[in-house]
Each structure stands twice: as structure tokens, then as C-alpha cells.
Ligand binder design. Structure first.
Ligand SMILES: [Cu+2]
Length: 172
């Protein structure tokens, strides 16, 4: 009897974890290259944006040397022309974590002189979350850029072990 309970429990936890993964992901901007002037790879941030799916409630993580760069949001017009005198918001301490709280386009630059025009800029398009309409079996695979699944991979088995141990203890 205990085996059936454990199996059911495992299945429930598995489904819960899948549901959780679809809710929000963390995207490390530029991956290992982080947030820099992309001298050796001018398309670093446009490629990153093109290869990543951004959904509402996902988080962008900008890693940079505090004091050497920053992250600022601004309008599309000012983004295109790298006009860093008209900023909406700026983040000066690394890591800058920015939650994508709406759908649509987001524009980021480094506001240090000439960094934007040298390519330290990122524009992304955010789409609706959609997790509530998906059943876990239909959920997309977690993004390789996401931090959440890594954490879950550790926490879920530990949780399962704890509950399973508890069940076994009570059934004997
Ligand atoms: Cu910079």
C-alpha cells in the first residue's frame, strides 16, 4: 500500500515541478559573456534575444563589474539613437535582476559613455506567460538558460525522499 502512495506522491510532485517551471525563468543576459561591450562579438545581445523566449514574470539577470557598467531602461527612440540622457530607470549594482512585468518590448542599454553605441544594448520582446492554460504534460521543456529547473532538480528529489521516508516510517 505504501508503494502505491509513494508512486502517487512522486507523480504529484513531478507535475507540480513542471507547473512551477513554466511559471517563470531567469535569463542570464549574454550567458557567460555577461553584460559587457561586445567588442569581439557585436551580435552577442541580438543573438541572445533571438534565441531566447521571454515570458511575463521571467527575470533578466545582468552580470557586470559594478562601477564599470550599469543597466538602464529607456524608450525605443532613445534606444535606437543611444541617447542615454533620457533614462526611465537605471540599475548600478551587479547583478541587476529585472522582472519582465508586462508583455511587449523592453529596451536596455549601458549608460556609460559610448558603451551603447559600441553595442552594449539589448532589446527583447516579452510574450504572455500562458502557464495557466497549459497542462503539465503540454508544458514546454525548460529553457537551458533558466536557473529555476536546476534548483528544482535538487530540491524535488530531496523533498520526495523526505516524504517517502516519512510514509515508510508510519506504515511500519
Ligand atoms: Cu557599459
Amino acid at each position: 500500500m505504501a508503494n502505491v502512495e509513494i508512486l502517487f506522491l512522486l507523480l504529484t510532485l513531478k507535475l507540480m515541478s513542471l507547473q512551477y517551471i513554466t511559471e517563470a525563468a531567469e535569463h542570464v543576459v549574454g550567458g557567460d559573456s555577461a553584460w559587457i561591450i561586445p567588442i569581439n562579438n557585436p551580435s552577442l545581445y541580438s543573438s541572445f534575444a533571438a534565441s531566447t523566449t521571454f515570458r511575463v514574470n521571467d527575470t533578466l539577470v545582468f552580470n557586470f563589474r559594478t562601477g564599470a557598467h550599469n543597466v538602464a531602461t529607456l524608450s525605443q527612440k532613445h534606444y535606437e539613437s543611444c541617447n542615454v540622457t533620457e533614462l526611465t530607470e537605471s540599475f548600478n549594482t551587479s547583478p541587476a535582476k529585472i522582472t519582465l512585468n508586462r508583455t511587449g518590448d523592453f529596451y536596455f542599454v549601458c549608460a556609460f559613455p559610448s558603451h551603447c553605441s559600441l553595442g552594449q544594448k539589448l532589446s527583447i520582446h516579452v510574450t504572455a506567460g500562458g502557464s495557466s492554460s497549459l497542462t503539465p504534460s503540454e508544458a514546454p521543456l525548460p529553457s537551458p538558460h533558466s536557473g529555476a529547473p536546476t534548483l528544482l532538480a535538487v530540491t524535488v528529489p530531496v523533498l520526495v525522499m523526505a516524504v517517502a521516508t516519512n510514509l515508510l516510517f508510519h506504515s511500519y
